[in-house]
Design a protein around this ligand. Structure first.
Ligand code: ATP
Length: 465
């Protein structure tokens, strides 16, 4: 099947309640998106799976949930006030804004990490115009941090930033975590939370937005253990994506050139995904060295040192390896990867979201063939049985023809559908024996007739596979 277009993903997301345009009834707010009833389930499952894999199933990582608003000195110390900016150019006629580095790169001119003057020189030399073919203004550094005011009076002293990354919340809690949890190196701190960046060119659906969620780990190591930890994380992260169904051929590793590295990094790789518009960053892994802890020590005056438990005189600043996942970008990737259009034997096409069964927003649909009693009551009993005796998410759908209901469940990626029919209530031997139901597999389309008493075991077996 050819890769799906972004339009087909956006339209399915809206049609089926995964993702809606933000502030829709007011005509929207550019590049904001709201996760609908199914989107929030999918996103929560991505977060739960991540937390389970990297926090609960490991003995070396603990969690944290730090505040979005932090003392502004944090961002001075981290270098964000000074350097967290992108080169902004404007079309002199339309006033539309662009990133100078992106415009240069579109023309095959390497521009990462050049300063504004160097970019301006390249723009002039290569006679680069805006996409509307107009002249551009010289680039100026545009800081991506959102500012707001804390308290009732709008004065500079109360100015605060919305955090542009979750990482700094971890660094400022380093001493608290050492004192309370007494971890031994190597150890990590994981956090999931919102981050905000006033991106110059957001777009491509939820790929680049100004408000997004990150899933980050700061993994503290002895300085001489940094390389091994970096390599191990690269493998673990790659596995997380592939275990959850991302095809290896749609993933690749891209190493940053030395001139492209962030101010804190001694080495960075991205894991890129083949999005419908081309390869793009899905995940970043950086060796942040001891930069952040040392900066916070300098700016706060607090010691941020690790003491070797075998030698209390040996106090040092650990290095940190940072696996940084975009939660929304991961969700988008799982949506794109799951989207499948299939031709059926009868010539019809069906759209089916082939999510990994741990990610599907709904686990099982219970579908009564008719709304008539006592069939409906029997179907309710089956639903209650599954709700009370499993942890699964159960959907109950009585509206429309059974064919339409199967199509809806395929489009939302429900792995199993259980149909309760006249056989189940003992009224139609041809459909099946009394107290039997049909269980349909989303991917193979195989329908099996089983007794209600076997349901639990059958379902447990399916989720074990
Ligand atoms: P990009 O080069 O795409 O701007 P970045 O290198 O600035 O990304 P990082 O600072 O490494 O991104 O952030 C870590 C992860 O957070 C990224 O891999 C991505 O998944 C996610 N992310 C970053 N910016 C955004 C955004 N504006 N919208 C959605 N997700 C984002």
């Amino acid at each position: 099947m050819p890769a799906p277009s972004l339009d087909s993903i956006v339209s399915l997301c809206k049609r089926r309640g995964f993702i809606f345009p933000g502030s829709d009834i007011y005509g929207g707010l550019a590049n904001t998106w709201d996760y609908g009833p199914l989107g929030v389930e999918l996103k929560n499952r991505v977060k739960q799976h991540w937390w389970n894999t990297f926090v609960h199933r490991r003995t070396d990582i603990v969690g944290l949930d730090s505040a979005i608003l932090m003392n502004p000195k944090v961002w001075e110390a981290s270098g964000h006030v000074e350097t967290f900016s992108d080169p902004l150019v404007e079309d002199v006629k339309t006033n539309k804004r662009y990133r100078a580095d992106h415009l240069l790169e579109e023309q095959g001119i390497k521009a990462s990490n050049l300063d504004a003057d160097a970019m301006w020189k390249l723009i002039q030399e290569n006679k680069i115009k805006s996409p509307d073919n107009n002249e551009l203004t010289p680039p100026k550094e545009f800081n991506l941090m959102f500012k707001t005011h804390q308290g009732v009076v709008e004065e500079t002293s109360a100015m605060v930033y919305l955090r542009p990354e979750t990482a700094q919340g971890i660094f400022v809690n380093f001493a608290n975590i050492l004192q309370t949890m007494r971890p031994r190196l190597p150890f990590g701190v994981a956090q999931i939370g919102k981050a905000f960046r006033n991106e110059i060119t957001p777009g491509n659906f939820t790929f680049r937005t100004r408000e997004f969620e990150q899933m980050e780990i700061e993994y503290f190591v002895k300085p001489d253990g940094a390389k091994d930890a970096f390599d191990a994380w690269q493998k673990d992260v790659w596995n997380w994506f592939t275990v959850l169904g991302i095809d290896k051929k749609n993933l690749r590793v891209r190493e940053h050139d030395p001139d492209e590295l962030s101010h804190y990094s001694a080495g960075t790789i991205d894991i890129e995904y083949k999005f419908p518009w081309g390869w793009g960053e899905l995940f970043g892994l950086a060796n942040r060295t001891d930069y952040d802890l040392k900066q916070h020590e300098k700016f706060s005056g607090e010691k941020l040192l690790y003491t070797d438990p075998h030698d209390p005189k040996d106090k040092f600043t650990p290095y940190v390896i940072e696996p940084s996942f975009g939660c929304d970008r991961s969700v988008l990737t799982f949506l794109i990867e799951a989207y499948t259009e299939e031709e059926l034997d009868n010539g019809d096409t069906r759209i089916v979201m082939k999510f990994d069964k741990h990610l599907s927003p709904v686990d099982i649909a219970v579908l009564p063939l008719s709304k008539k009693e006592p069939l409906l009551e029997k179907a309710n009993e089956v639903r209650d049985l599954l709700m009370n005796e499993t942890n699964l998410v159960i959907d109950f759908d009585v509206t429309g023809s059974i064919g339409k209901r199967y199509r809806r469940q395929d489009e939302i990626g429900t792995p199993l559908a259980i149909t309760v029919d006249f056989g189940t209530i003992g009224d139609d031997k041809e459909q099946g024996e009394e107290d039997t139901v049909t269980i349909r597999d989303r991917d193979t389309l195989v329908q099996e007739r089983i007794h209600i008493s076997e349901l639990r075991e059958k379902i447990a077996e399916y989720w074990k596979k």
